[in-house]
Ligand binder design. Sequence first.
Ligand code: HEC
Ligand code: HEC
Length: 419
Amino acid sequence: MGRQLCFALLTATAGLLVGCHDGVGPDGFDDDELRQQFALAPLGAVPQPPNDRASAERIELGRLLFFDPILGGEKDVSCGTCHHPAFAFTDGRQFSAGVSGAGLGPGRVLSVSAISGLSIAQTPRNSPTVLNAAYNADSLGQPSHAGLQFWDGRAVGLEEQARGPIMSRTEMAGDAYPSGVARDSVVARLREIEEYIARFRAGFPVEAASLPGSEVITMDTYGRALAAFERALVTRNAAFDRYAAGDNGALSGQQKQGLELFFTTARCSQCHSGPMFSDYSFRVIGVPQVGSGGSVIPGDDVGREDHTGRVEDRHAFRTPSLRNVELTAPYMHDGVFATLEEVVKFYNAGALPRHDGIGDAALDTLVASGLGMSDAQVAAVVAFLRALTDPGSGLAPQLRTVPASVPSGLAPVFGVRTP
Ligand code: HEC
Ligand code: HEC
């Protein structure tokens, strides 16, 4: 990319005039060429399930469910506890604190089940943001209503994902009921609340025509309502988006340098590609393991293998989107890195510090050798990552705030453990 001559001219009438030859701006970058060379593109239309357009009523129902601790066995945790608007729809923690927790975000403290008195552990993985999860891609890497959810891609689509947390003892069920009856128990609870019956009937008129009264409330309509809300949580007004759309001033010179590095020397775009900054491939990049891990190897998290059972998938995790990454620290499946600087330095050093159980042969070749970037270049890549931030400037206020009340009458988010 040629750096062209720029000129500055002080005139009596127009003040300082800055101009450049051949499309190169005052900061020395040819913005049109950057946009073209790296095919910078905005997010497309939100992928929706076929023949299932969500109405405003359904989205509002999904929002109320999302923040209602009635979904928690012990009524002390909601989806919004771990995906809270104040933390860009994450919880700002290394590991999530679900059942028995009091407080919010990094200050939330776990205790014991109110029912059994047994202790409740943190989750083994870091909570990702739900913002833009609507674009998570399918196994072919295409944004899809059937996108693969979770760090190991084990759930297909937001509807299926939403049926998971209510079954997990640590996340939402607690010791109120065994996992096997959690879904029926949640449906039974919702069917007892008049406001939910009315809202499910309004949100699912087609189903309501054949399912009388509270019967319209099923695991199917429950999942679709939550998914409809999540598909409304789309943010497409980051500085990067404005730049991609032609606003040359949306990025600083340092961010443009970072963009260039991201797509070239730093190799980031070989995995973090497209408008979501992910190709949704599962990769072994050698992130050090902390936390309780999974069940395959005690104390370790084998990632995708946990779901597929294939040894080839050991320690492979889904390449995450980088949208809003500035707001979702700490980083990686186990939140092992506190800052974006740490993450970029990890790549710069050739995946160091490394998981001690991942040898050179297993490691992805893209990250095995270091990048040789200077401190200034590392800082530029970090500055570029901060251009991907939009926590919802274009969203209607009710989509980025906790509702004042929820149909169960419990305190939104906190439930029976209201501070
Ligand atoms: C106790 C905290 C906690 C609660 C409660 C919780 N989640 Fe999560 N959520 C997580 C964690 C941790 C992950 C990542 C787990 C994994 O990848 O194995 C996650 C992952 C997700 C994802 C996947 C995002 C992606 O990009 O892959 C979605 C969507 C989601 N949660 C929605 C919900 C919904 C809807 C509810 C309520 C029904 C909910 N969560 C309840 C902690 C929580
Ligand atoms: C080989 C593919 C690959 C390359 C190349 C790559 N990444 Fe990643 N990236 C991943 C995977 C996979 C993860 C998740 C790993 C985990 O959690 O164990 C990840 C995680 C991240 C995260 C954490 C996001 C979060 O929400 O926790 C950031 C930030 C990140 N990468 C930035 C970068 C940058 C910047 C570069 C270039 C310097 C880069 N990546 C290069 C695959 C890649």
